[in-house]
Design a binder for this molecule. Sequence first.
Ligand SMILES: [Mg+2]
Length: 320
Amino acid sequence: MQEFALIARLAQRLRARRGDTRIGIGDDAAVIAPAAGQELAVTSDTLIAGRHFPDDTAPFDIGFKAIAVNLSDLAAMGAEPAWLTLALTAPALDASWCDAFIDGALAAIGAASVDIVGGDTTRGDLSITVTAIGTLPAAAAITRAGARVGDLVAVTGTLGDAAQGLALWAEREQQQDAHARFLIERLCRPQWRNGSVLRGLVHAAVDVSDGLAADLGHILSASQVGARIDIDTLPASTALMHTVPDAAARRRMQLSGGDDYELCLILPAAQVDAARAAVDAPLTVIGVIEAAPGLRCVDASGAAVDPLQDRAHGWDHFSG
Ligand SMILES: [Mg+2]
């Protein structure tokens, strides 16, 4: 398919829905018109085949994930997602592949009021770069730097699912087990959370893309504090408990496994109920912010444990 024909096809499928999208796909640049007094949160993420998703991932799932990971970054800032651009590099621009890819992208957007306003297509090894733009009231962004001693550490949803989904990837075709299929779906179609509802309730946030230990570590460094977490409180899905019955192995996965795209929130105890009522996933308190730097793990008895001994803390995409 020729690039112009492809762009025309995409423009047809990606008509703007928002009134503040002045010019969407089809001109030299998009024009967006944020309301007076609003700030914009801008983030960009590249997914490369074989590195950020398995080579044989379905185009629907690639489209879904490329969008979801960027909307998750906006969520962690407390921004309302509004606009996306999408740059696709693929070996061949096949119409049915692109349609499935866009189906996945639109599924990730779901009911959110988000327009894909532009992008680019080129030939080359498969990779996708998405830029996401969200809106915020002035000075209301949730950052990594706001954690205070005495705040609680909480996470949305469950942790470790995507890591186990990846471990099960090779057998996915013949996989009949509903738990295994759930975990593989969590890897391929991460559910981004709505972080905008948490503005004013939490002091700091990060989305869990590289593993809880690594991502919480970013908050601790930025806020110049430490944390103690109780590894027996880490929320696990039924599917993860079923497929990884060994508690020590499961906790390692929950602390260091990437790609869950849940939110890790730092908030005062007095706001836990309000945050729990506001956010679109179960919220579990797993620890507390302390003055001493670093991340300490304890078990339910209060004994210090080091579940990640001799292991890298979180995924490093460039170490492999
Ligand atoms: Mg992030």
